[in-house]
Design a binder for this molecule. Sequence first.
Ligand SMILES: [Zn+2]
Length: 151
Amino acid sequence: MARVRIPDNVAAVVMFRHRRTCCICNIPDRTVQIHHIDEDPSNNAIENLAVLCLECHNFTQISGGFGRKLGAAEVTLSRDDWVARVARAKEQADKLIVARMAGLPPEPVAGSGCSSSDNLRLIGHFEKGGFGSSGVEVKRPACGAASGGLR
Ligand SMILES: [Zn+2]
């Protein structure tokens, strides 16, 4: 189908939501373009558009060979995930700015799964003689790193 120029206001929204960053590799400052997920260049509906860098865009064009083509479903999943992450990052940044203006210490980043207060709580449990009174050792993996110290 004939390519229809993506309206400027639509392109602006798409670029803004992606922070002008490829939703597949998330590498900043790459040259990006707006990809039509269903490969119909006349379908400029926002849900059909995703920001891809030129390299990742190439993976949507593969036909045959050994490389696995980057298909519509995968692009959509990556797009939705990336757009949500960008939105969350903006929210976090807003909170930091508000906290700074109010003179408050910054809150730990939510969802990092490994806050220092968690570790302190863990240490407290061990100092009191382990978890609970049953004597059963509760194994809890240390955050990401080598967990040898807890075994
Ligand atoms: Zn990319």
